[in-house]
Design a protein around this ligand. Structure first.
Ligand code: NAD
Ligand code: UDP
Length: 314
């Protein structure tokens, strides 16, 4: 069976991807420093004989060994978290990525980078295809993440071009589902927590900005195909669900599903918050024969059920 290193395994997507790979019988080595991930996400797999975990900061050290695949998910991902860990975010996306690329080079592993739709910044092209270069403010508050990920992509392609490391880059668009920390700060956990605890939902700006939400099981399937399909070295592929929604629509759907009264507080829009975002997934469909299957309302219902258990109200 293949041996894979998953960096960022204690985070939201890492928890799902680890479970998926363990179920396939792969030997999974997880690494995480718990900066935004949780020990309980690791504990759930501790008894699995094909799982090993190292608590490490990948900017300092990485678990040495032979790997067929290395998946790098390690990075704060929510605006709340990366704005509170600005330098750590830049270091994990530069030194951390370099350390993993060196390991891939040594061991001949295929390397998958989890990049982000944030490399398109506040996009002037809609929807966003992979050949759009983006509209990023290099000195704005979000630049620690956006430019960090742009550097991560650049160094990944440098190891591909100059060292022939087999790499693939996933540009992940907003993904949601169980195991996203309720205190993570992103829209779905925020709205779930607020609705469950009888608080008004916090809408930044007028709520007309859009995002396109992908359920996590679809994302994991896309990541797996991008990691393992033949002939994809050096490819950059958008992964996400093109079903575009306004923030206000998401808020209305959350209160409807929970059956609570509609109560919203409008707060200032954070600086450089992208106005519209939607993936062009033509390339993913062609190369991976992949497209999301879980409709937003269905995925949201499942996710909101999970938050109900976690928040432990009624
Ligand atoms: P997350 O914050 O839940 O998970 C990230 C994990 O990386 C955490 O467990 C954290 O502790 C770990 N980590 C951070 N710095 C580390 C370090 N120096 N050493 C070791 N571990 C470290 O976020 P997520 O939503 O699961 O995102 C996973 C990846 O996917 C991230 O790289 C993110 O940028 C990317 N991504 C996610 C989304 C999304 O909507 N979820 C969208 C675009 C891109
Ligand atoms: N947002 C909001 N209220 C919240 C959290 C987020 O209105 O409590 C908005 C945010 O301004 C953005 C969108 O929801 O326009 C998605 O935000 P999130 O932090 O989930 O991810 P982003 O796509 O901005 O990285």
């Amino acid at each position: 069976m293949p041996r894979v290193l998953v960096a960022g395994s204690a985070g939201f997507i890492g928890t799902h991807l680890t479970g998926y790979l363990l179920d396939l019988g792969w030997e999974v080595v997880g690494v995480d420093n718990f900066s935004t991930g949780k020990p309980e996400n690791v504990e759930r797999y501790r008894q699995r004989p094909n799982f090993t975990f190292y608590e490490m900061d990948i900017t300092q050290e990485v678990p040495e060994g032979d790997y067929d695949y290395i998946v790098n998910l390690a990075s704060p991902a929510s605006p709340k978290k990366y704005l509170s860990l600005p330098v750590d975010t830049m270091l994990v996306n530069s030194i951390g990525v370099k350390n993993l690329l060196d390991l891939a080079k040594e061991t001949g592993a295929t390397f998958l980078l989890a990049s982000t739709s944030e490399v398109y910044g506040d996009p002037l092209v809609h929807p966003q295809p992979e050949d759009y270069w983006g509209n990023v403010n290099p000195v704005g508050p979000r630049s620690v993440y956006d430019e960090g990920k742009r550097f991560a992509e650049a160094i990944t392609m440098a190891y591909y071009r100059y060292d022939r490391v087999p790499v693939r880059i996933a540009r992940i668009f907003n993904t949601y589902g169980p195991f996203m920390d309720v205190a993570d700060g992103r829209i779905i956990p925020n709205f779930a927590y607020q609705a469950l605890t009888g608080q008004p939902l916090t809408i930044y700006g007028d709520g007309s900005q859009t995002r396109s939400f992908c359920y996590v099981s679809d994302m994991v399937e896309g990541l797996f195909r991008l990691l393992t399909y033949e002939g994809l070295d050096g490819e950059v592929v958008n992964l996400g669900n093109p079903d575009e929604r306004t923030v206000l629509d998401v808020a209305r759907l959350v209160v409807k599903i929970y059956g609570v009264p509609e109560s919203f507080t409008f707060l200032p829009l954070p600086q450089d918050d992208p106005k519209r975002r939607k993936p062009d997934i033509t390339k993913a469909k062609r190369l991976l024969k992949w497209e999301p299957k879980v409709p937003f309302e269905k995925g949201l219902r499942r996710t909101l059920e999970w938050y109900k258990e976690v928040v432990n109200v009624g």
